[in-house]
Design a protein around this ligand. Sequence first.
Ligand code: SF4
Length: 477
Amino acid sequence: MCGVLGLFRTRPVSTDLVEGLIALQHRGQDSAGIITSDITFHLKKGNGTAGTVFNEKNLARLTGNIGIGHVRYPTAGPGSDEDAQPFYVNSPFGIATAFSGNLTNYFKLRRELTKRDFRQLTSFSDAEPILNVFADELGKTNLDKFSPESVFRAVKGTFRRVKGAYSVVALIQNKGMLAFRDPYGIKPLAFARQGPEFMFASESVAFNRLGFARFRDVEPGEAVFIDTRRRVHSKQVLPAKLQPCIFEYVYFARPDSVLDRIEVYEARLRLGEKLAAEVARHHVHPDLVVPIPDTARAAANSLARALNVELREGLIKNRYIFRTFIMPGQKKRMFSVRQKLNPVRSQIKGKDVLLVDDSIVRGTTSKEIVQMVREAGARKVYLAITAPPLRHPCVYGVDMMTRGEFVAKRHSVQKIQQLVGADALVYQTYDGLVKAVRGKETGRRFCTACFTGTYPTGITNKDLIRMERERRKWTNQ
Ligand code: SF4
């Protein structure tokens, strides 16, 4: 998924960028990076969280009132130091970009750029092709007569060549700051302005942190360019076909964010209410509702209220362990479940417990948790999931990219219940998911491809097989 930031202030931005990245840290802990600009670019990036990559010494070097930042979640590439963002190219002008998403024509672009355009790529990150395509497109404009229109033409050319999901923030040296979002708006991106200062961020929570009170979404297919005289230019470069990732509301985004005018926390409350109706329909009657922290907490709350059952924090999370789903590799995931969660025996013992979680991908995490709660003395362990069964790979930047990894692809709900060892398993319905996330935004469409197999950008089965092969080659999975 990744998190991106752009900041243009009337004072140096490096420490504020770190603050903003910390607010977006849940979007990826694999690497962090910042590039600022004054008379030249100043870059610091590396593997690890924002807190580990940046220190007083390297921040002092990141001078300038304008900059962009990135936290990385590994989706493309082997995840080495070289894949950390932002990236920059020297020509034209000097351009730096940070990107959230995943390119579905990555290898094609890579071949075009290296073999046809003789550009040198230094990593396996799909951020680099998008930067080079944009640079190439900007280079085709009349550089002596640079204007916002040149930028918008280059963005249009980029939209034409790049396929997939992408929200991009960029610096063009001595020209300004730019942001654009793919025509489906699959990844979130928002824009805030406060007097002469400007900010872009993947999630609104970063605006709150840096004191920007008002914001709006960058529309799908839109580009926003702020020139060095702090004038805002925006253009709907391609028609918007908004279909944001529905999984952001279920799992990924922070509950205190607002994405595309929908409050994540409210959406999760509604998910809980809808799920409560399903639990009742399945005649599951727990003594206690226990959220699996953190993502499912809001939904568990409203579910418990709707069922008139007490909610207890029966599982405590060690907050110094990363989210299991976000960690690549099966071994790491299994190891970290018991490291991350511990049951509160006094609350669970002798009770019929309904655990509430956000999703089941492989089923191994759920199995560990159900077993842990049983070992803590629960009489019965039920499991309710705020999302419907995940069955299809995400090609847009969430780390569930291979068809074989979904337990629900291969097994019925009844069989999954057996596999995870629960006394009952209740999933959200697809209708329930969409209605709950929509709320008052009736008619809103979403990317729901991992539930339905219908991809907004028209991915075919052949494409899925190709992407899976490429990914396997990189990760040796
Ligand atoms: S496939 Fe699923 S996780 Fe991926 S962007 Fe679409 S809704 Fe989000």
